[in-house]
Design a protein around this ligand. Sequence first.
Ligand SMILES: Nc1ncnc2c1ncn2[C@@H]1O[C@H](COP(=O)(O)OP(=O)(O)OP(=O)(O)O)[C@@H](O)[C@H]1O
Ligand SMILES: O=C(O)[C@@H](O)C(=O)CO
Length: 419
Amino acid sequence: MPLLGCIADDFTGATDLANTLVKGGMSAVQVIGVPDGPLPEADAVIVALKSRTAPVAEAVRDSLAACDALLAAGARQIFFKYCSTFDSTPEGNIGPVADALVRRLDAGFALACPAFPTNGRTVYQGHLFVGAALLSESGMENHPLTPMRDANLVRVLGAQTDGAVGLVPFATVARGTAETRRAMTRLKESGRRYAIVDAITDAHLLTIGEAAAQHPLITGGSGVALGLPANFRAAGLLPERDAAALPPVAGHAAVLAGSCSRATLGQIGFARDHLPTLELDVLTTPDADALQRQALDWMDGKLGDMPVLIAASAPPDKVAALQQRLGRDAAGALVEETLAGIAAALVARGVRRLVVAGGETSGAVVSRLGVRSLRIGPEIDPGVPWTQAELPDDASGIHLALKSGNFGARDFFLKAFDG
Ligand SMILES: Nc1ncnc2c1ncn2[C@@H]1O[C@H](COP(=O)(O)OP(=O)(O)OP(=O)(O)O)[C@@H](O)[C@H]1O
Ligand SMILES: O=C(O)[C@@H](O)C(=O)CO
């Protein structure tokens, strides 16, 4: 029976949150899509949806269905996981999904905190920073699907919900758990549905997590989950265990990149000098079948213990040019379909250790491979664990690392396969 039930709006965000919980000593399983049967046994179950950029009604429907499945399985608390850079559009989906969950849980209030200081995401006076830059000047303003052009989260969330949004400022959080809890209670009693909560350090995240121990719903990035395992341990519900162990797999190694984030582009730039690398020119050949044939021809004779890298990722000007030609959604879908087909070809050729860069990209790949759940294993870099999944026709499974676009060190595509 899960202690914590989580609903993530994309697949890499789900593994990011699961990684935090496993590092806190909770066993975690990520379920792909709305559950249609009994949930796996784990302290935390994370339902990974592809709802971040889906139509609002679909995102709300699927998130509520996931919530109901988690509650039916016995989850004591619900966590709605979205991006540490609050990836969303003015229509949503963070606000509408959170509104629906607040109502379904009769919570009346929920905190909202995307901070993840280990990966440079901090919130101060309700403004989200990526490193030293405001969100709106961090490169996320160029995101292909969810350009973030306003760093003021009280304003951004306020535009997505009919509820009032307040702020628990840094100075309050710095005064500790009791003050933070009292501030959230005051905001709820004064009619706020949400509170953006400042956090600049992991200590602040631990404070916020402890203060929210009795909240039916918590919303945020993986960072604000940092303190949740301790709440369950303090209640005598969570025994000590090695939560990160995975069964070994044997097979070739590969990396697929669909993220166009600065971090992933930098990782590709580093890896191309060390790994066999194919960079697909989607603008010249905007055809999934043709690109897949190109990749199949290229990979022959190259697969082995050393990973190969196949990337569709491109800088903002090339992304914009393809979107201009095909439309934003069609361009994204074309690349996702291309990389999903290549993933299937790689697995058919014996790849069993696969890194995928990008949340939407990961969703397309995992869905194409027919993976239904992922057991969360050891961390590679903050926010990115290895996971183990069964394949429809190979129970020995595959190790997958679903890397958030912005996460990982510059040498991530090599260090993932060390040891
Ligand atoms: N060359 C390209 N031209 C246009 N779109 C592209 C190109 N390469 C990738 N894309 C699309 O850009 C989008 C990248 O989104 P994705 O979620 O995979 O990465 P991300 O947002 O950086 O990662 P995360 O969601 O983990 O932060 C996908 O829809 C992908 O298909
Ligand atoms: O929180 C993050 O930045 C990541 O887990 C993410 O959401 C990737 O899409």
